[in-house]
Design a protein around this ligand. Structure first.
Ligand code: BGC
Length: 606
């Protein structure tokens, strides 16, 4: 008995030694990250082995909350993801309202046999735009002008926090498009027409968004739209990019290499076509390039109802997209039909089960890596941090850094004691400042019950209200006595827009603008044209008629950043992220610089 006991303990000891040696060996030959990755993959394989075809197909289905017939369907159909499209929010559009909605949805997902949590997606492309009173940062075009990676990373961290507080754990951002034609309505979603800038800032945004994985702020980033969405002919949204391999490689694919190296966990396919082939069925780019050559291990999601734009029947469309490499489909509406079709396609052998397993593994691994199983729901503790003063300070700083001074003939800096007339309805409109993807899909004029500082308010604060007169209706300018003013600021630009509606064959100042600028010219006063726009606008000679021109892009909710620079309190650091056309030929980017009034990189200091 005693001998036996000794033998047992020796065996035990030996096993421990062997185990120890294995651990030492694995630690020396692999990084901790490698071993964690392997564990995650093993866990994903284990879950997959327990899944029925219904479970699998459900995971591959993303439904828009507006089309979800009942929360029970999350359980019945084993849905993998829900999204809020542009403007979609719970009736109680507050952090609490969101949290309650997303928590309830997670409860249904967690009550399925395998308890797989949901990914909840939204387009927080400049802050959590669907949430009332969120901090809204400058759109990417402004951040491209600021060209500051640290700042972008900080913004992304705040955005992740505000998303997480509402239960949104998937942000369809960064948009790393590289727009080559400013007629495109999504130009402002791109940091720049220069792929190097897009790439650096895109990486910073991925890092910031995914910074807190495995905590109560686990948010998945999404590189979009793969690929060459910004290369379409004449800048037509969802159009055809007729491009050479070299352009594809050096302009449009370039930021993806970097974004994927930075571990971006998901990618969204583009509505557009490349050389007439729709991206959603482009196997050689989706699977060949993205997944194989670039070694993208994350999940590839379709764009909103993008499959329905492919040729053939619904089933043909689904087969083409999934076989090309799409892992999850943003259906977003007729999900029961989609699920049925997908199951039939597998049964008929038109989609190999191997492809389905690969898609589901990618979805599961992503959810596991983020720590979603441990933190599926929004943590109520985060609520008090949303819209905080310190976050608004970061936004204000971003606005200051994004401002580009295009002309300054002894107007700037402004000074305390100066008498200013500020003209135009955009001067007092948060909706105009924020642009698309804010409160609604396309964005809209008005304050929309959001919190923020308008340009008028910022100027009032900077100069003292008693020194500022506001003329909302700019058409009244020629009936106004201007003698008492030292400076007239005209605020104008583009009304909010987003994808599709934002395409404009001739982005320029309007006729009304030109009339007002003529009046300014004749006034003999110092004049400043302050532009709010999602892209450069043709000035059609206005540049000769005013004394100063400042591009503020779509600055978001914190306009004090504008006055910080106009008053000379902060350095004027912003530089053009796109070339500013001299005439319509210059809408296209990357031409010789004589086509442009101000080339990319231009911007005055004070
Ligand atoms: C846009 C995407 C967006 C999606 C979900 C689509 O129309 O192209 O950028 O992420 O909607 O809102």
């Amino acid at each position: 008995m005693g001998v036996l006991m000794i033998n047992k303990s020796i065996v035990k000891k030996n096993i421990l030694i062997i185990l120890f040696m294995v651990i030492v060996w694995s630690c020396s030959s692999k990084t901790v990250a490698d071993s964690t990755d392997e564990l995650d993959i093993t866990k994903a394989h284990y879950i997959l082995s327990k899944m029925t075809i219904d479970d699998k197909v459900g995971q591959m289905t993303q439904v828009a909350r507006d089309y979800l017939e009942s929360y029970e369907d999350i359980k019945t159909y084993r849905l993998g993801s829900i999204l809020s499209g542009g403007g979609s929010a719970p009736p109680n559009n507050s952090v609490k309202g969101w949290r309650e909605m997303t928590s309830k949805m997670q409860d249904y997902a967690l009550s399925t046999p395998l308890g797989i949590p949901l990914l909840y997606g939204s387009d927080a492309v400049h802050g959590h735009g669907n949430l009332r009173n969120a901090v809204i940062f400058p759109h990417h075009i402004g951040l491209g002008a600021a060209n500051n990676e640290k700042l972008v990373e900080e913004i992304a961290k705040i955005t992740a926090l505000e998303c997480a507080a509402t239960g949104v754990n998937w942000n369809f951002n960064p948009c790393i498009t590289v727009p080559q034609d400013i007629r495109w309505g999504r130009t402002y979603e791109g940091f720049s027409s220069n792929p190097e800038i897009v790439s650096r800032l895109g990486v910073a945004e991925v890092k910031g968004l995914q910074y807190n994985w495995n905590s109560n702020i686990s948010v998945l980033a999404c590189l979009k739209h793969f690929v060459a969405d910004g290369g379409t002919n004449k800048g037509i949204d969802r159009g055809n990019s007729i491009i050479s391999d070299k352009e594809l490689e050096e302009i449009h694919l370039y930021p993806y290499y970097e974004g994927i190296k930075a571990n971006a966990g998901s990618v969204m396919a583009s509505f557009s076509k490349i050389n007439s082939v729709p991206m959603h069925q482009n196997e050689s780019l989706l699977t060949g390039r993205l997944k194989n050559d670039m070694n993208f291990q994350g999940l590839l999601v379709s764009d909103w109802a993008a499959l329905t734009l492919l040729p053939g029947s619904s089933k043909d469309q689904i087969a083409a997209a999934i076989n090309a490499g799409i892992d999850m489909v943003m259906v977003p509406d007729k999900y029961k039909e989609f699920i049925n079709n997908l199951k039939e396609l597998v049964k008929e052998g038109r989609i190999p089960e191997k492809r389905i397993n690969d898609a589901v593994l990618r979805i599961l691994t992503t959810k596991i890596k983020m720590g979603l199983f441990e933190n599926p729901k929004a943590d109520p503790e985060l609520e008090s941090l949303v819209g905080s003063d310190s976050s608004r300070e970061v936004a204000r700083e971003a606005v200051a850094q994004s401002l580009v001074i295009l002309k300054n003939d002894k107007v700037l800096p402004m000074y305390v004691g100066q008498r200013v007339l500020i003209v135009g309805e955009f001067a007092n409109d948060l909706g105009a400042q924020c642009g698309g993807w804010t409160t609604t899909w396309q964005g809209k004029l008005g304050n929309n019950n959001n919190t923020g500082v308008t340009i008028l308010k910022a100027v009032n604060e900077a100069l003292g209200k008693q020194n500022v007169v506001y003329l909302k209706d700019s058409r009244m300018l020629n009936k106004t006595d201007l003698s008492e003013f030292d400076l007239i600021i005209y605020v104008t630009g583009e009304e909010p827009y987003a994808e599709m509606n934002g395409d404009n064959p001739y982005p320029s100042l309007s006729r009304v603008d030109m009339k007002i600028i003529d009046t300014l010219d004749k006034s003999g006063k110092k004049t400043l044209l302050l532009l709010i726009s999602g892209r450069p606008l043709l000035l059609d000679g206005a540049e000769e008629k005013v004394d100063a021109i400042v591009a503020s892009w779509l600055p978001g909710t914190e306009a004090m950043g504008i006055t910080d620079v106009l008053m000379g309190w902060k350095e004027a650091k912003g530089r053009l992220p796109y070339s500013w056309p001299a005439d319509s030929k210059g809408f296209v980017q990357g031409l010789t610089s004589d086509k442009y009034l101000y080339p990319i990189g231009y911007g005055l200091s004070l």
